[in-house]
Unconditional design. Structure first.
Length: 250
């Protein structure tokens, strides 16, 4: 039986916690058109604050990401895990700014209020280099991979609960989730984006195992699990804050 790569092992490390982080009642109800514009607005406002934390976290990671000082002669050797991570982070910043604009434009188009929620998402506040000299960026990359992976799987869960009826006229949110949000976050492009970061992390770990032996794999896994567990708890709370709150709209 083939050994799981690091990111696969993280997802499999606590199946119950991962399910809680990606399968919320809010997502299920949203896919059925049963979430009001008011409640969806609460979620959008919270996610915008999460986006701001995401951007600041990228800045922290870039501040200690070590890049090669000399240019390798062979073109293929120029793509180290660190340079690949840099390219991914640049793409992530472009995507996250586009996502924020998508939120605002969609909210305006469907009449969804964005004001009223001031809960700051601090998931990225503690990003810092790992204590070990090996892959000091690993823990940070795991946080970004985890939040993107959870987001993809969460909206894929929502898609699995879509009503077969294409008519959104009766949806409480006017059809915003079924027409815009689910297609946006389950697209082939988003899947590729998430998988790319997973490959960067896994390839970097495999390189270290090749250099230092199999024993280092468990050390890297233990380091990653600390952030992974914190991430799953944060993701569960992120979705839970929207549940059972529709009564506040009146």
């Amino acid at each position: 039986m083939a050994r799981l790569r690091l990111t696969q092992a993280l997802v499999a490390s606590d199946v119950a916690a991962y399910r809680k982080a990606t399968q919320s009642a809010f997502l299920r109800d949203a896919a059925r058109g049963e979430v009001s514009k008011h409640l969806l607005g609460r979620w959008l406002a919270n996610d915008r604050l999460y986006i701001h934390g995401y951007i600041k976290g990228v800045g922290r990671l870039l501040s200690f990401l070590s890049l090669p000082e000399a240019v390798p002669e062979a073109r293929a050797e120029r793509k180290t895990p660190a340079t690949r991570l840099l390219s991914w982070m640049i793409d992530a910043l472009v995507n996250i700014r586009r996502e924020e604009a998508f939120f605002v434009d969609t909210a305006a188009a469907f009449g969804i209020p964005l004001e009223g929620l001031r809960r700051f998402e601090a998931l990225f506040d503690g990003l810092a280099p790992g204590d070990s000299g090996v892959l000091p960026w690993l823990e940070c990359a795991v946080v970004y991979y985890g939040t993107e992976r959870c987001y993809l799987d969460a909206w894929s869960y929502a898609r699995s609960h879509l009503k077969s009826d294409a008519d959104v006229s009766g949806d409480l949110d006017g059809g915003a989730v079924r027409r815009e949000f689910i297609p946006n976050w389950t697209s082939a492009e988003f899947v590729t984006f998430v998988d790319e970061l997973g490959d960067i992390i896994d390839d970097a770990v495999d390189q270290q195992v090749a250099l230092h032996g199999e024993s280092i794999r468990s050390d890297l896994m233990e380091r990653s699990l600390v952030q992974w567990r914190a991430l799953l708890a944060a993701e569960e709370a992120f979705w839970h804050v929207t549940e059972g709150r529709d009564a506040d709209c009146c």
